[in-house]
Ligand binder design. Structure first.
Ligand code: COA
Length: 329
């Protein structure tokens, strides 16, 4: 397949949060029953999180991805059969294999045989997936890509560890990216440093039908915080340089929604007022690969992000991985 157009542009966004919304107060009460002490005040002050959404038993990443994808495809004015590439960023796949993207393809009723695969880059997964879809559109491998971030992080949380279990939630976000005569995606920068594997990981796997190691999230929060604020500024500068733009050309920053203090620090370094930052962490906590498309969809549907504006997406997370995508809506 060849394409006449070498750029890729977002033509639709969608997102979905599971119905069960848990406030800090409700979570604190549940944790108190296990002898774990936390409070709404502590969580809000240190993270900016007020609520997270958790799936009910039996709901998987592909179920959340399905809802977000339908909304993105509808917003794009397309039908599922128009999609010719599916990439799902997730660290909480439905199964060891096949990929959540293949399961999603089937649930969407797509029968055109389009390629479908997952990307595993934890909270940077969405910027990784978007960059790959952009490259595949640029080489004519695809014309209309569905790029999704979907997570059920509640499955990985250790509810005896108050330093992590209050931070994360479940959700999904999606975009449809279409081949275009004009950008679209202006520049991207992806990075990883595997020497930091241990600061944010789920150190378990399956072997011989048994779980080996600890299949729960563990994190050195302060180490993650310090690394994140440093690399996010560098990634932003890298994409601005590649595109020949300046800080002041950014209309909107849509950062990974992990912690309000990391977002404030990044905005300060880029001399962006917080009015130019899409912040949704208060409503859903850290949803890992889903957080950027969730925030992007919120920005678009609330009318804040407009066609023609310049938007900087930034992700950071386990690996250690980080990256940025600069785009024109
Ligand atoms: C996790 C994080 C919120 C902790 O905030 P912090 O200001 O660094 O807090 P500290 O780790 O210094 O802990 C301060 C105190 O709060 C306590 N504390 C930790 N979690 C708590 C909770 N949920 N409720 C109440 N107290 C808590 C600690 O035990 C510590 O108590 P101590 O001083 O008696 O030892 C912060 O480090 C962070 O956001 N890191 C980045 C995490 C992240 O974004 N990860 C995902 C990236 S993709």
């Amino acid at each position: 397949m060849t394409s006449d157009f070498s750029y890729a542009r977002i033509i639709g966004t969608g997102s979905y949060l599971p119905e069960r919304r848990v406030s800090n107060q409700a979570l604190a009460e549940q944790l108190a029953a296990r002898g774990i002490d936390t409070s709404d005040e502590w969580i809000v002050e240190r993270t900016g999180i007020h609520y997270r959404h958790f799936v009910d038993e039996g709901t998987s990443s592909s179920d959340l991805a399905l809802q977000a994808s339908r909304r993105a495809i509808e917003a794009a004015g397309l039908s599922p059969q128009d999609i010719d590439l599916i990439i799902v960023a997730t660290s909480t796949p439905d199964m060891v294999f096949p990929s959540t993207a293949c399961i999603l393809q089937h649930k969407l009723g797509i029968t055109n045989g389009c390629p479908a695969f997952d990307v595993q880059a934890v909270c940077s997964g969405f910027v990784y997936a978007l960059t790959m879809a952009n490259a595949m559109i640029g080489t004519g491998t695809a014309k209309r890509a569905l790029v999704v971030g979907a997570e059920v992080f509640s499955h990985l949380l250790n509810f005896d560890d108050r330093t992590t279990c209050v931070l994360f939630g479940d959700g999904a976000g999606a975009v449809v990216l279409e081949a275009s005569e004009e950008p679209g995606i202006l520049a991207s920068a992806l990075h990883a440093d595997g020497s930091h594997v241990g600061i944010l990981c789920v150190p378990g796997n399956i072997s011989g039908g048994q779980v080996q190691g600890l299949p729960l999230l563990t994190m050195d929060g302060q180490a993650v915080f310090k690394l994140a604020v440093g690399v996010l500024e560098k990634a932003a500068r890298a994409v601005l340089d590649k595109a020949g733009l300046k800080d002041s050309d950014i209309d909107w920053l849509v950062p990974h929604q992990a912690n309000i203090r990391i977002m404030q620090s990044t905005a300060r370094k880029l001399k962006l007022p917080m009015e130019k930052v899409i912040v949704t962490v208060q409503d859903h906590g850290n949803t890992s690969a889903a957080s950027i498309p969730l925030a992007l969809d919120h920005g678009v549907r609330s009318g804040q992000i407009q066609t023609g504006q310049t938007v900087l997406l930034e992700g950071v997370g386990g690996g250690f991985t980080w990256g940025a995508v600069l785009l024109r809506m």
